[in-house]
Design a protein around this ligand. Sequence first.
Ligand SMILES: Nc1ncnc2c1ncn2[C@@H]1O[C@H](COP(=O)(O)OP(=O)(O)OP(=O)(O)O)[C@@H](O)[C@H]1O
Ligand SMILES: [Mg+2]
Length: 312
Amino acid sequence: MEYAVTTSELTRTFGSFTAVDRLNLNIKPGEIYGFIGPNGAGKSTAIRMLCGILEPTSGSGSVLGYDLVRETEEIKKRIGYMSQKFSLYEDLTVEENLNFYAGLYSVPRRELKGRVREMVVMAGLSGREEELTANLSGGWKQRLALGCAIISRPAIVFLDEPTSGVSPISRRMFFKIIQRMAAAGTTVMVTTHFMDEAEYCDKIAFISVGRLMTVNTPDNLKKNVIDGHLVELELPDAMNRLDEIENLPYVKECTVHGPLLHVLLANESHRPVLQESTGSEPRSITPSLEDVFIALAKLKGDTPLSGNVPNL
Ligand SMILES: Nc1ncnc2c1ncn2[C@@H]1O[C@H](COP(=O)(O)OP(=O)(O)OP(=O)(O)O)[C@@H](O)[C@H]1O
Ligand SMILES: [Mg+2]
């Protein structure tokens, strides 16, 4: 199978509103594929279609070789899905939740004990098997929810903001688990609003107002998306100079980063004039994924990207 997921012009409307607009995706087996974009961009809606729980309005696609419209039952059996509002049974214990999901996904009886044990260890919940889920803190619930989503060892797992509301340490641990799964061949599709997590993805698909704007590696996005030359400036009264600098004709954008200003110049040749008008030496910097995110979000899905960023 060349692709774990492939879609062609996949679209979903709600009344006259188009939430997902002609999405074309190709996700290779074993990839960590990040879905990034502003609130309301259509990420969760797209994932729900890929999981076979929301019918597309038009377009087509397949997941693990099964048709998104005609074979949703086959798809549901074979995937793992952790929804944005994941559903654990609060009045069940850790172990009971895992048993329940194992049953739902028809984990063979003789493997059940071993699998539950494996998930408990993976989630770092050893010794807490008998604890009521309601009493777990957010980060632990999240890891248990991941355990429930992957207890059937699915070939692909869809994780919709699995780390929202979780501490940085838990987030990092969560992504270590994801990386281990991917290294063992599991395809992982994950949405996140954390740019440090986006860095862990093999590919990032950026979606805005329902449209896929670009798909590429984090490195290529940082190198190619931003149209202009980014510099940082150290000024004692940075905050007060923001408007003045942003109004310079060769400045496309100016943002505050702690004590520094990030200034996007039309091109590198404007560095000396910026130094003249501010009295401080601009240092060239590589854009961060956050800079890329903001630049892409501003395009609101309807302007083609400048610069040459072919989709991967
Ligand atoms: N069942 C529905 N009925 C009507 N509109 C819906 C429905 N589900 C989603 N939408 C709308 O579709 C758009 C996309 O929503 P979606 O939840 O997919 O966004 P998202 O990218 O996941 O956002 P977030 O980052 O906030 O989770 C939103 O404007 C939302 O209000
Ligand atoms: Mg969402």
